[in-house]
Write a protein that binds this ligand. Sequence first.
Ligand code: FE2
Length: 461
Amino acid sequence: MAVQTTNPYLEGPFAPVAEEVTATDLAVVGALPPELDGRYLRIGPNPMEGTVGDPAAHHWFTGDGMVHGIRLRDGRAEWYRNRWVRSTRVSTLLGEEPAPGERHGAMDTVNTNIIGHAGTTLALVEAGARPVELTEELATVRHTDLGGTLPNGFTAHPKRDPLTGELHAVAYHWSVPHLQYIVVGTDGRVRKVVEVPVDDGPMVHDMSLTERFAVVYDLPVTFDLESAASGASFPYAWAPGRAARLGVLPREGTAADIRWFEVEPCYVFHPLNAYDEPGADGGEGRMVLHVIRHERTFDADRSGPADVTPTLWRWTVDLDRGTVTEEQLDDRAQEFPRVAESRVGRPARYGWAAELGFTGPGDFGAGSNIIRHDLAAGTVDRHPAGASRQVGEAVAIARDGAPADAEDDAWIMSLAHDRDTDRGELVVWAADAPGAEPVARVPLPARVPFGFHGSWIPTAR
Ligand SMILES: [Fe+2]
């Protein structure tokens, strides 16, 4: 493939791969915990060879989606596969029939997150397209409206309530109705939709969930008609002077129940977690949000989220007084934050994030550690990947038999890019041994372009 020299999201660790690969019985460095029985799946943009056009106009968020998966069982890495998610565009370019399923909106590229839910594997994206169901081996089955229950598009960032198993989501699309709060039941069908009125068409990448509330991030990155008219693939831009606010909606409430709280202008792609602190004496008390805050984004840099250094903040929403207290907790460059799945919406002691090099646009993936925040102690540890490796999002996988409240009785897993070999590696650490080398690494036969999000999907038992 010709080297494209004018867009950092097409180069180095971001560079797309040209082929779908299947490899079996991969060599393991170290020892994979035998209890890990399932698939680690991660998705990201991988524009098809020769189709980008003007590299300078390419937006990282809109590249054709590619899923990378590693199947683990009995201490072995049984297979690695990478597959394009079949958008209409990808199918056409590959000479295949389009995947079935009615589409919503003009774009059906899905490239941002991949989850298991209700026995299916779903690839997800924001801004209007529907989920894409994949087989266990990552072939596209269909674009899905969740059995006729999903009115429009979905989101890349549903939150699974660990008690109910339901998915809570905030979906948006540039057209009306712009924004919806959606709850998907454990049967994989939408059981609740609330239309949330907002102005200006904000980009709403993620949401927060507590035991009482769903939180809508209405922040100053909005639909930009000028960009859309000029053909930009992702026509959202920083809106100087526009307010930033949080919409707090009781989980079983209606649009009339939403209350809005202003924060300083910023953008949050990803909250780490959120939880309630109920008040005494009948008051509503507070809600605490940990977020990775960008002071602005899609301003000077319209090809990716690299205007400023993203850092960890705590927002404390006083629901009785109507105020938000904002505090920076850590000034290291970091993104892709996660807590243990069992702590989503509840107080978490630990949070994990990918440490970034972040000297400027295109240096998004230059870190080589997973940061472990001890939010109770206010301290930071690291899970090192090694000097030549650049890590992405980490997931925490509870060990077999781990007590529900033992967040670090877990394995930490991430995909890394090794600059020395220009290949991907699956890396596994012991969550209770920060600072220690990985317990296992699985070098992969291909580069895994630095991408977005993923999940550990255990084998159903
Ligand atoms: Fe995201």
